[in-house]
Design a protein around this ligand. Structure first.
Ligand code: UDP
Ligand code: MG
Length: 319
């Protein structure tokens, strides 16, 4: 690794054909004079548009560009992982392909890294061009996550960040399939510092994170870093049992006093209430069990169809 460039920039791209070239131009302008050599590693996450053609054309024209193409769409976090696995630079920057994260912030990150911070994360001061719903749910989610985990996951921070060589080594060693990257990097615990920035609107195309994926991603984050939902299930169980026992006493006393009334409504109400509570608790359990199943299967995180320089193996390294 010693003869690699100073910086690798990892860019996950899923159907981003209109952004690839603009991304590289902006990166080039921002990095050419600020770092001692860089490479840009595009990871095509199974795009079905012209993304891969744009990447190969760029790689032909400029040796600083490398591309990895997945066998299918393995997801954003898998794409970032593949990029970090294949990176040759001493430090690695992760950045979205859609130019929402401005490449002009990277020199600032590099400066902080050179000051001695192992991880420099970019914290969103403002988010432009995103719906009120997305902003509100994101803000709520980051705060909830921060409150319920013991790992210090910074709020309003995505994957846009710089990792030094130690953080990269730690990241590569993590075995889990279920990768909530912003949490994993924080979990590693190296000294981290923020850089504040304005998150712009997308350069082109539309979001690849519909509500369904956002929800799944949020659940991944919570289940990977907290047992609180399970504990909540236990507490709810105790609370409901306590209420039930109290009610049993009431019912027995009424029976002894000879007070009886037709019970259809109350029986239906308690039956349905308890059924609902039980199903929710089983659902919470299921979220964890499903993820455990995913982990024990130990399938590769991603599979590589091809890479521009042929250097990236089909199956990722054992970890
Ligand atoms: N992305 C990916 N695979 C996916 C979904 C997204 O590689 O399955 C990439 C996408 O191309 C972009 C980044 O992940 O570079 C963030 O996605 P997006 O901008 O759609 O998310 P948002 O910014 O709307 O949260
Ligand atoms: Mg985006």
């Amino acid at each position: 690794m010693g003869d690699g460039p100073e910086l690798s920039v990892v860019v996950p791209a899923f159907n981003e054909e209109e952004n690839v070239e603009a991304m590289f131009e902006r990166l080039k302008a921002a990095l050419e004079r600020t770092v001692d050599g860089f490479e840009v590693l595009f990871v095509d996450d199974g795009s079905c548009d012209g993304t891969w053609d744009r990447i190969t054309a760029l790689a032909k024209a400029d040796p600083r560009v490398r591309g990895v193409r997945f066998a299918r769409n393995f997801g954003h976090q898998a794409a970032v992982t593949a990029g970090v696995d294949a990176a040759r630079g001493r430090a690695v920057v992760i950045i979205d392909a859609d130019l929402q994260d401005p490449p002009e912030v990277i020199p600032e990150m590099v400066a902080k890294w050179r000051e001695g911070w192992e991880v420099v994360y970019a914290q969103r001061e403002v988010r432009e061009g995103e719906s009120f719903f997305k902003k509100a749910t994101a803000a709520g989610f980051y705060r909830l996550l921060h409150a319920i985990t013991s790992v210090d996951i910074p709020v309003d921070t995505g994957d846009f960040r710089l990792m030094g060589p130690r953080a990269v080594a730690a990241f590569r060693s993590l075995p889990e399939r279920n990768r909530f990257i912003r949490g994993l990097v924080a979990w590693a615990g190296f000294p981290q510092a923020p850089v504040r920035y304005r998150r712009h609107a997308r350069h082109a195309g539309e979001t690849k994170y519909p509500l369904r994926k956002m929800l799944r991603f949020a659940l991944d984050g919570i289940t990977s870093f907290s047992f609180l939902p399970l504990r909540l299930a236990t507490w709810t169980g105790f609370l409901v049992s306590f209420l039930a026992f109290c009610y049993i006493v009431v019912v027995i006393v009424l029976k002894i006093l000879g007070i009886n009334w037709a019970g259809y409504t109350s029986i239906m109400a308690s039956l349905l209430f308890l059924g609902g509570v039980q199903l929710i608790m089983i659902g919470i359990l299921g979220e964890y069990v499903g993820r455990v199943f995913d982990e024990v299967k130990r399938r590769p995180l991603y599979l590589v169809r091809e890479s521009t320089d042929g250097s990236v193996p089909v199956v990722p390294p054992e970890r």
